[in-house]
Design a protein around this ligand. Structure first.
Ligand SMILES: Nc1ncnc2c1ncn2[C@@H]1O[C@H](COP(=O)(O)OP(=O)(O)O)[C@@H](O)[C@H]1O
Ligand SMILES: [Mg+2]
Ligand SMILES: [Zn+2]
Length: 554
């Protein structure tokens, strides 16, 4: 069976015209090649999954391909057939060297580069170094790199990619031509997802793709990873339900119900929506974010008469939003926005997020235009709770409002704070997520410190990519907060370890059970007797699903 390739990898753009949403950058890079005015160092800056690595490879191919074409529609197109194109496509080129700055961040790695840049490319005229996550280099490494950048051999070109450009020293920045990559718009993600789904023979409800597009926050990689997950969950028919259940996204109508409750001054309707989402196991931070996004649309519409060009709400959804805009004057909408926006931070730290969100919603439903959140913050400093966590000021400010019914924390949390316990806890609420986490080979638990570090083998990069997507990352954090009963920090790390993951242990346990059963059956007097009578070997043991008894084929 052919091994399964993640959609994000399978759909890596191969040419400039495949790139979505980075038009100015693509145009500038193509012109640099056309005019033969290449810089010696480029910096590609921007969040994850928006095309930095893809463009670095496409650019490298175009620079080196001897059969490069310039077509009226597509622009520059490399042949994808010469040895240079092929090697770059499979990351095996000697002349286009990709270096992961995160794992080669020391001065030795850069010294090695400095030694190597002296040599001419093995073919063609340019040797290209792509250093990903370049902000991870140590100070000593940056200094060594600077020496090369000051006097680079003519045949060398550097492309640095980073998600955190502010960590790069000014001395390096000043020697690079810098490109700031944009997040891809929901609309562009939606149309790409539609194309991918079609090509993969997946029947996807546009509203389902819509949810995925919105949840991926401008990251095309996250969008494709989410699509992968939903397909794994629901097969080739994607509906809004399968997206909601498969990756724990929140229904737009729940968001609208809450928003409507707020705007029409019906706190009860709003808190009911919140409880429903909470009981369904949804991430309340995500819910609040969706509320803020929807409210943003309402405000935009109120102020300008148009919805945002970036977002993607269906026409019926827009109608609801536009109706919402008639319910309140602009300044009240802004007040509500401030309360919710301000509430994000508190919700993130809240030991009882559903209560915090309830209170925020009630506060919003009662909000009048003149309430200034700034003053609210100033007069209501965080109050210490019995735990050391700060109490959200919003809660203090509305202490006069009748408190909502207390909510018992979700699913009982076992006392033993072990990794296995955490997996079991996750399993109950987010089975798909648990099945990814099970592959971690090592962990550092947030027991004496705040960090939860989860280590994966290089070969599980694909799982790691999914876990790093915003939505999973938030879900893991949320579960970790609840399970370890503290505000955790989360880090996923690649590490080649010979430890055994929970997933591997499960497989081994299953095999051991199988072997034990086999031995037991083999040694059973009746079976022995049968063997001695009829000869022959024992076939594999089959577990009968109903009674868990073994049956053996002799
Ligand atoms: N601008 C884009 N246009 C089309 N696909 C994209 C784009 N950005 C990212 N992708 C998809 O996401 C995957 C990862 O993109 P990548 O270029 O590695 O992102 P980055 O380096 O910015 O993290 C690609 O293989 C591709 O499937
Ligand atoms: Mg990258
Ligand atoms: Zn070529």
């Amino acid at each position: 069976m052919a091994s399964y390739m993640a959609l994000a990898r399978k759909w890596r753009p191969a040419q400039f015209h495949d790139i979505v949403g980075q038009d100015p950058i693509v145009r500038t890079l193509m012109n640099a090649i056309r005019l033969q005015r290449l810089h010696q160092a480029y910096l590609f800056a921007g969040s994850r999954g928006i095309g930095k690595t893809s463009i670095a490879r496409i650019f490298s191919k175009a620079i080196r391909c001897p059969h490069l074409l310039d077509l009226p529609e597509q622009g520059l197109v490399s042949c994808d057939d010469c040895s240079s194109c092929k090697e770059i496509g499979t990351s095996t080129s000697f002349d286009v060297i990709e270096i992961d700055g995160a794992s080669n961040n020391g001065v030795e790695a850069v010294r090695e580069i400095r030694e190597n840049v002296k040599f001419l490319p093995s073919s063609g005229t340019r040797k290209i170094y792509i250093i990903d996550e370049v902000h991870m280099l140590t100070t000593a490494a940056f200094n060594a790199l600077l020496k090369t950048l000051e006097e680079p051999p003519e045949h060398v070109l550097f492309i640095f990619a980073t998600t955190e450009s502010h960590k790069i020293p000014a001395t390096i920045l000043s020697r690079c031509q810098r490109f700031d990559f944009r997040r891809v718009s929901d609309k562009q993600i939606h149309s790409r997802l539609t194309r991918v789904a079609e090509a993969e023979s997946i029947q996807a409800d546009p509203a389902a793709l819509n949810l995925i597009a919105r949840a991926s926050e401008g990251s095309m990689r996250d969008a494709l990873s989410l699509l992968d997950q939903v397909i794994a969950y629901s097969g080739d028919q994607l509906t809004v339900e399968s997206v909601i259940d498969g990756v724990g996204l929140i229904r737009t109508d729940t968001v609208f119900q809450i928003l409507n409750g707020i705007l029409s001054r019906q706190p009860h309707a709003a808190t009911q929506g919140i409880q429903a989402a909470f009981e369904a196991g949804h991430d309340l931070k995500l819910l609040l974010r969706s509320l803020i996004e929807a409210l943003h649309e309402v405000i935009l519409y109120k102020a300008t008469g148009h919805c945002s060009a970036q977002s993607y709400f269906s026409s019926s959804e827009r109608e609801v939003l536009q109706n919402g805009a008639t319910l309140r004057p602009l300044e009240e909408l802004e007040t509500i926005f401030q309360i919710l926006h301000y509430g994000m931070e508190h919700l993130a730290r809240s030991p009882q997020p559903s209560i915090t969100l309830d209170i925020l919603a009630i506060k919003c439903a009662m909000a009048e235009g003149f309430v200034q959140v700034g003053t609210l913050a100033a007069t209501a400093p965080p109050q210490p709770l019995p735990t050391t966590r700060p109490n959200p000021p919003a809660v203090v400010a509305v202490a006069a409002t009748p408190p909502p019914p207390a909510v018992a924390p979700k699913a009982d949390i076992p006392r033993e704070k072990t990794w296995e316990g955490f997996i079991a806890y996750t399993q109950k609420q987010r089975p798909l997520l648990a099945s990814l986490l099970e592959h971690a080979v090592e962990q550092e638990l947030p027991l004496h410190q705040m960090e939860l570090r989860i280590f994966f083998k290089t070969q599980d990069q694909y799982k790691l990519d999914q876990l790093k997507s915003k939505i999973y990352f938030q879900q893991v954090l949320l579960l970790a907060d609840a399970f370890f009963e503290k505000t955790c920090r989360l880090e996923f790390v690649v590490k080649d370890s010979d430890q055994v993951s929970v997933a591997e242990r499960k497989v081994k346990a299953q095999e051991a059970r199988q072997r034990a059963a086999q031995t037991e059956v083999e040694n059973h007097p009746i079976i022995r007797e049968a063997q001695s009578l009829f000869g022959g070997d024992l076939g594999p043991i089959e577990w009968s699903s109903s009674s868990h008894q073994e049956s053996a084929n002799v």
